[in-house]
Design a protein around this ligand. Structure first.
Ligand code: NAD
Ligand code: UDP
Length: 343
């Protein structure tokens, strides 16, 4: 048995897929989640998929006493820290809630980690920290800036991690900057389960395909891109999950601390909104009615990663294609039209 990992936010979309990948790689896992954006059903399904009950603790990362009890009962090699709120629009309406959850929560977690001398952290950052990129593909040294409280909360945590690494050189702090995670587990048992009308493109397309939503609004067709629609680096969530395993494996291989080490997780390839719509329609055999609408405030034309650092350091590369991303999203959506809610 390999090292034990605390997975905060492990009941969520990326967390559940990563728990499976960690288990398959031989890691022991403990999931800590307050279920504010997830469900016990997700945990049950992960347990079924891995063939054994998952160790799950319902708790909040802002609750120092509860976290302390978790660290007293387990000896962790490190923490993968997914727990956080992620809706950009909601963050504009409720900035204090976002800073409290994402920034204060992370500080509490780091304080407990320091107390228990657990110095390995893999943190869910985002390509949003690059703002409107000056050049493409985006590498890890590109300038960072954010325009909304969600993005600011990620950038602020990155700054905190940088300061921490300067203050004490025994930390290993890897923010993984995700590009656009999509897709679902190939079993169709776990996937993204948005609470309300989806904000993100792939769940919106899936819900149009399954007939829950009438029509996709494509935000902008006058960008300087291949077909005028926005271009993003979509990455299959199971590839993303493997990126976390690769980051832990990397930390296990190190003889000296790495300090603050940001790494992009993307495919390196851009796909336009229209290209994704066409691919999804082909895979699902469903029409995806759409109309062009105004640009969405805060959106940028194109965003795709340089994935070289992950390849060189972590020996990790995304493998799955846009077709596989659409196939798995469609399987999840059609098998679970109401997500984890059993009606
Ligand atoms: P998610 O909402 O599905 O998962 C987050 C999990 O954290 C949920 O299960 C939620 O219940 C839990 N959580 C939230 N606040 C908590 C708290 N205070 N204490 C304990 N648990 C808490 O989101 P996801 O898509 O799996 O994203 C995981 C992480 O990756 C988030 O930090 C998100 O900001 C980041 N990220 C996501 C994307 C994306 O497109 N999905 C892109 C870049 C970065
Ligand atoms: N998009 C769209 N219609 C939607 C949702 C998204 O046209 O209903 C576009 C959006 O303008 C962007 C791309 O799809 O160009 C990806 O958006 P998403 O919200 O999924 O991710 P982001 O890159 O903004 O984090």
């Amino acid at each position: 048995m390999k090292n034990k990992i605390l997975v905060t936010g492990g009941a969520g979309y990326i967390g559940t897929h990563t728990c499976i990948a960690l288990h398959e790689a031989g890691y022991e896992i403990v999931v800590y989640d307050n279920l504010s954006n997830s469900s016990r059903e997700a945990i049950n399904r992960v347990s079924t998929l891995i063939g054994q009950p998952i160790e799950f603790i319902e708790g909040d990362i802002r609750d120092a006493e509860s976290l302390k009890q978790v660290f007293l009962s387990h000896h962790f090699f490190g923490v993968i820290h997914f727990a956080g709120l992620k809706a950009v629009g909601e963050s504009v309406a409720k900035p204090l809630m976002y800073y409290n959850n994402n920034v204060s929560g992370t500080i509490t977690l780091l304080e407990i980690m320091a107390k228990f001398n657990v110095k390995n952290l893999v943190f869910s950052s985002s390509a949003t920290v690059y703002g409107d990129p000056e050049s493409l593909p985006i590498d890890e040294n590109s300038p960072r800036s954010c325009t909304n409280p969600y993005g600011q909360s990620k950038l602020t945590v990155e700054h905190i991690l940088e300061d921490l690494a300067v203050s004490d050189d025994s930390w290993n702090l890897i923010p993984l900057r995700y590009f656009n995670p999509v897709g679902a587990h190939p079993s169709g048992q776990i996937g993204e389960d948005p609470n309300d009308i989806p904000n993100n493109l792939m769940p919106y397309i899936s819900q149009v395909a399954v007939g829950k939503l009438a029509k996709l609004n494509i935000f902008g067709n006058d960008y300087q891109t291949i077909d005028g629609t926005g271009v993003r680096d979509f990455i299959h969530v199971t590839d993303l999950a493997q990126g976390h395993v690769a980051a832990l494996n990397y930390l296990e291989r190190q003889v000296a601390p790495v300090g603050f080490l940001p790494i992009n997780l993307g495919t390196g390839k851009g796909t336009s909104v229209l290209e994704l719509v066409t691919a999804f329609s082909k895979v699902s055999g469903q029409p995806i009615p759409y109309q062009f609408a105004d640009r969405r405030a805060g959106d940028i034309a194109s965003c795709y990663a340089s994935a070289d650092k992950a390849k060189n350091l972590l020996e990790w590369q995304a493998k799955l294609s846009i077709t596989e991303m659409c196939q798995d999203s469609w399987r999840w959506q059609s098998m679970n039209p109401n997500g984890y809610t059993v009606t």
